[in-house]
Every structure is written in structure tokens, then in C-alpha cells.
Design a protein around this ligand. Structure first.
Ligand SMILES: Nc1ncnc2c1ncn2[C@@H]1O[C@H](COP(=O)(O)OP(=O)(O)O)[C@@H](O)[C@H]1O
Ligand SMILES: [Mg+2]
Length: 332
């Protein structure tokens, strides 16, 4: 056995659903939908990893497998060294889970009572619970609404309550599925600041699913991007920016379609009719490239774009990653 196994170890994990589709007026056919289509990754103790992807990419399905709610169709999965689906109860004592679109709190009870019930569920002893509750109350600023029924809380307050509920038993790993969805700016900032401290001061490992780039930029040193059930990127945010975000792109429209232009140090990313997309590394002078192009080709139009991270992701989501990531290893 290795000394320090990963907090999460996923090897070729897949989940498919059987869905019925209407085909014709009366007929229904069964088809298989590969929600997660073979993902492999390791999350180590203390990491803060962002799990990104467009709607329907397979993020929540992954989270549900990690927490034992769904059983993978194939592949192997270990969380805290346990098989999540088989050891769900045991796992629940060691991890915290928050689904942004759902609450684990009791709707009709004051937040305080919900948190007390959770203590009983997890069988946390009363003294430890008091200490943690006091700490979480301070960090998440729960005091003003501890005695308010959950149904009357704002979304931001409820999310803070849910975070407290997920952390009362002191889990080693916190898994969050879209925790900032729908939150106002102030609540977002509170939640982000809290997660940051939890990770840096407590060493809690965090896997954060989001499509909010602000969350990622503020918090995550590593991002995994899932698209159509497959990992499209796994690495540092710096690398994502450096490899695809920091380069500029020159979009050139020539007089007529032709083969990719040949220029020193310039990669043609795509051609579409007379249009060509050229990657300009930062070291390359754009003016020099433009004049070299004009010397050799009849140029109709030219535009220079800075690719920011949002665009990079949009490109990845559209499936442009075939060229954005071409030739680059997907592993960290
Ligand atoms: N229980 C289910 N039955 C059938 N299809 C499902 C089920 N859960 C999710 N899916 C489908 O699997 C794909 C991935 O869904 P999901 O993991 O929720 O994506 P994400 O969280 O990234 O938006 C989607 O196409 C979704 O419609
Ligand atoms: Mg989801």
C-alpha cells in the first residue's frame, strides 16, 4: 500500500443512463447516454480543485458518484480510500457535501435546530459540536439568522447554513456542487473567503464544481474541465492561461481560400474558407506579422484579439479544444 493515497482516486470512471426517446408517434426507443465517459484523476490531500464545464457536461453526475449517491457503470473510484457507493454511510462521516440547488436543512425549523439535528445524525459529541458551531457561526456570520426558520432565509443565508451543516462533523474533504449559483455579490464573497480559509488554515481538501469563473480565479490552483463526459483539461490555472489564454489571436481574411499561411513562429489554428485564425505568441510582434502577411497575400481584413480566460473556456465548451489543446498533454 502507498503511504499517502489520493483523497479522491478516479480511474476511467463512467456513468451511463438509459433514456427513452420518442421516435415517431407512438414508438419509444431506448438509448444510452454517457453522462460521464471515462474520467481519470487524483485529488490529493489539501488541494483545492475547481471542476468546470458547461451545462450537461457531467459535473453533477461525477459528484453524485463521488458521494455514493450513484454507482459508476464502470471504472474504479476511491474517496478517502473507500468505495463510495458501497461504503456510503462510512464515507458520509468523513466528507461534507453541498448541492447549491438543494438544501439539507429542515425547511420549517430554525437554522439552529437543523444544525442540532445534524449533530445527532452524525453522532458528533456535544462539546465538539459546540466548538465547531461557534467557529462556523463566526466565520460564516450566521448569528443574525440562527433562529430564523430556513424557509425565510435568503439564498445566500441558506447557503451559509448549508455550508455549516456540511462541516459540523469536521470532514477531511468538502465537495461542492455549484455553491455560489444564484448568490448575490456579498454572499458570494463571504462564501469564497470562507472556503479559502477552510482550505489554507484547516487543510480541508476541496472539490468545487462551478461555472462561475470568479470562484475559480479566486480560489483554485488547479482546474479540471469536463466536457461531454470527458476531461478536456487538467492542470494549473496558470497553465490554462499561459497555454491558451495569454496568447493573442489574429483573425485574417484573405481574398480567397487557400492553404494555411506559413509564417515563422506562427501557428494557424483554423481555416474556414478565406478566413484563418493565427495564434500569436506574446513574444511575437503583431505589426511585423501583419506586414509580412500583407507582403505575401492579398488581405481583405484583419483583427487582433486578446483571448481571456472566459473566451478560452467558451472555446473549450464549443469543442474548439481540438485545436486549443492540440499537442498538449491533458494530464497535470
Ligand atoms: N438520472 C438521469 N437520467 C438520465 N439522464 C441524466 C440523469 N442525470 C443526468 N443526466 C444527463 O447526464 C448529462 C450530464 O448531467 P449532469 O451531470 O447533471 O451535468 P452538469 O452537472 O455538468 O450540468 C446530461 O445530459 C443530463 O441530462
Ligand atoms: Mg450540475
Amino acid at each position: 500500500m502507498r503511504a499517502e493515497p489520493g483523497m479522491i482516486e478516479a480511474e476511467d470512471v463512467a456513468k451511463s443512463f438509459t433514456v427513452r426517446k420518442r421516435s415517431g408517434r407512438l414508438r419509444r426507443t431506448r438509448t444510452t447516454l454517457d453522462a460521464v465517459d471515462g474520467v481519470s484523476f487524483t485529488v490529493r490531500r489539501g488541494e483545492f480543485v475547481g471542476y468546470l464545464g458547461p451545462n450537461g457536461a457531467g459535473k453533477s453526475t461525477t459528484i453524485k458518484m463521488l458521494t455514493g449517491i450513484l454507482t459508476p457503470s464502470s471504472g474504479s473510484l476511491r474517496v478517502c480510500g473507500l468505495d463510495p457507493a458501497r461504503r456510503r454511510t462510512e464515507l458520509a462521516r468523513r466528507i461534507g457535501v453541498v448541492f447549491g440547488q438543494r438544501t439539507t436543512l429542515w425547511w420549517d425549523l430554525p437554522l439552529r435546530d437543523s444544525l442540532t439535528l445534524i449533530r445527532r445524525l452524525y453522532r458528533v459529541d456535544a462539546a465538539a459540536h459546540r466548538t465547531r458551531l461557534a467557529e462556523l457561526t463566526a466565520l460564516l456570520e450566521l448569528e443574525p439568522f440562527l433562529d430564523t426558520p430556513v424557509r425565510q432565509l435568503s439564498l445566500g443565508q441558506r447557503m451559509r447554513g448549508d455550508l455549516a451543516a456540511a462541516l459540523l462533523h469536521g470532514p477531511e474533504l468538502l465537495v461542492l456542487d455549484e455553491p455560489t449559483i444564484g448568490l448575490d455579490v456579498v454572499s458570494k464573497a463571504t462564501v469564497r473567503g470562507f472556503l479559502e480559509r477552510l482550505n489554507t488554515e484547516r487543510g480541508t481538501t476541496i472539490l468545487l464544481t462551478t461555472h462561475d469563473l470568479g470562484d475559480i480565479e479566486r480560489l483554485c490552483r488547479r482546474v479540471m474541465i469536463i466536457d461531454h463526459g470527458r476531461l478536456a483539461f487538467d492542470g494549473g490555472l496558470d497553465r490554462l492561461r499561459a497555454t491558451v489564454g495569454a496568447d493573442r489571436m489574429l483573425v485574417v481574411e484573405l481574398a480567397r481560400p487557400g492553404p494555411p499561411v506559413v509564417l515563422d513562429g506562427i501557428e494557424v489554428l483554423r481555416t474556414e474558407g478565406p478566413r484563418q485564425w493565427l495564434r500569436l505568441p506574446n513574444a511575437v510582434n503583431a505589426a511585423a506579422v501583419v506586414s509580412a502577411l500583407a507582403e505575401r497575400h492579398e488581405v481583405r481584413d484583419i483583427s487582433l484579439r486578446e483571448a481571456d480566460i472566459e473566451e478560452v473556456l467558451a472555446g473549450l465548451y464549443r469543442g474548439d479544444h481540438a485545436y486549443w489543446c492540440s499537442g498538449r498533454p491533458v494530464a497535470p
